[in-house]
Design a protein around this ligand. Structure first.
Ligand code: HMG
Length: 390
């Protein structure tokens, strides 16, 4: 029985800042951002959007296309939670008008959360093959202003429908995973911005990649040449090249020439380069970019995927692109969304960054910004109030 991603949709805020503007403000050579870490722009989240609206905006095209019947599980993966108690999945459940016979939960393990949710969803669907699961992964990456992490900030969400008749990607059963208790990146409950030991976190990413890869290759008997392309977790896109280089070293093979390397990796980096880190959504945003934009057809091709969440959890797994997948993508929607974003100035970015969500329990109404089908209309008595925009 096949199990995998039946539909995949990605959403990012309608506002964006060019990193050359940030470089100028911080007195940094713009090449450090665009070449050194491989980032062009970062998504800027307006006050009337949050993880719930990002995820619901990603999911609406999916449920409209596939229908709502049979969705018995809704898992929301995030490390930007809006409530310590209530699952963000329940807000989305209502906005998306899903059936009451649906388990709604939230999961967390930094950027690995999306993959944890996908794996859980696949297990449930395997046990009840006539049902479907909806996996939502949404995050807002925030670091202190003027910190090394600042140019890697971003925001976005993916929605993945998981079923036994996947039209996009059938997951291979073999995976390799690795857990280790480390403090490379974390965000205590009392902070809005993450704390990170940047260089250490990059080392942990690359070290655990090899641990997970070794397990995956032992379980599957596959090597580098068995994957047509790779989608890595992308805190910044340059890391994909570092990661692939490590895999070559682990296999004892020489790195391919530049053209071949670009062909293997670059198409999967296009969206993340334009949004910044989307944490739990990252790998699947990358998969979306690859499927949407690879000029050659990927039918029946195997893709290698690596998911990393600080703290840390790492998993290497793979999937086979399904025949006829192109007819089921949201390519035009994704491209239009990215091409029509409103650029913000540095001042606007800093104003939005420092605008705090009201915590006083009074009645607050948020001015409408550009966004998707759903927005956060206000907060009253500590309760968030969402609305459809149309
Ligand atoms: P930094 O100290 O600002 O940068 O930190 P740097 O000095 O290391 O420079 C970065 C690269 O730019 C270097 O290239 C420089 O040589 C190059 P490398 O040696 O690495 O190949 N460079 C230039 N290139 C061209 N022209 C120039 C120039 N100047 C320098 N003029 C760092 C970079 C990524 C550490 C920082 O941005 C950071 O702390 N980011 C946040 C943490 C992070 O992204 N960690 C990644 C792994 S952990 C992870 O992925 C999990 C995460 O997503 C969270 C989660 O799981 O929830 C973060």
């Amino acid at each position: 029985m096949k199990i995998g991603i039946d539909l995949l949709c990605f959403h990012t805020p309608s506002y964006v800042m060019d990193l050359r503007i940030l470089a100028e403000k911080r007195g940094v050579d713009p090449d450090k951002f665009t070449i050194g870490i491989g980032q062009e722009r970062m998504a800027v989240l307006p006050p009337d959007q949050d993880i719930v609206t990002l995820a619901a905006n990603a999911a609406l095209p999916v449920v409209e296309k596939a229908g709502r019947d049979g969705i018995e599980l809704l898992i929301f993966a995030t490390e930007s939670g809006i409530d310590q108690s209530k699952a963000a999945a329940l807000f989305c459940h209502k906005l998306l008008n899903l059936p009451a016979t649906c388990r709604c939960i939230e999961v967390k393990e930094a950027c690995y959360g999306g993959t944890a949710a996908l794996r859980l969803a696949a297990t449930m669907v395997a046990a009840r093959p006539h049902t479907k699961a909806l996996v939502l992964a949404a995050d807002v990456a925030r670091y202190d202003l003027a910190s090394p992490g600042e140019p890697t900030q971003g925001a976005g969400a993916v929605a993945m429908l998981v079923s036994t008749k996947p039209r996009i990607l059938a997951l291979d059963p073999e995976t390799g995973f690795h857990a280790e208790d480390v403090m490379d990146f974390w965000r205590p409950n009392y902070r809005e911005e993450a704390l990170v030991d940047g260089k250490y976190s990059t080392r942990m990413y690359l070290t655990t990649l090899i641990q997970a890869w070794k397990q995956y290759t032992a379980a599957s008997g596959r090597g580098l040449a068995d994957h047509a392309h790779y989608c890595f977790h992308l805190p910044f896109t340059k890391i994909a090249y570092k990661a692939y280089s490590r895999l070559c070293k682990a296999e004892g093979t020489a790195e391919p020439p530049k053209e071949e390397l670009l062909h293997l990796l670059d198409m999967a980096l296009g969206y993340n380069r334009q949004t910044g880190n989307t944490y739990a959504a990252c790998v699947y945003e990358s998969l979306s970019a690859l499927l949407d934009n690879m000029p050659e057809a990927l039918d029946d091709k195997r893709i290698g995927l690596f998911s990393y969440g600080s703290g840390c959890m790492a998993e290497f797994f793979s999937g086979v692109v399904q025949r006829g997948y192109r007819a089921h993508l949201f390519t035009d929607l994704h491209r239009t969304m990215l091409d029509t974003r409103t650029p913000v100035t540095y001042r606007q970015y800093e104003d939005i960054f420092t605008y705090g969500i009201p915590k006083d329990g009074a009645d607050h109404v948020f001015a409408p910004y550009r966004g998707g089908a759903f927005r956060l209309a206000g907060i009253k008595a500590h309760k968030r109030r969402y609305e459809a925009t149309a």
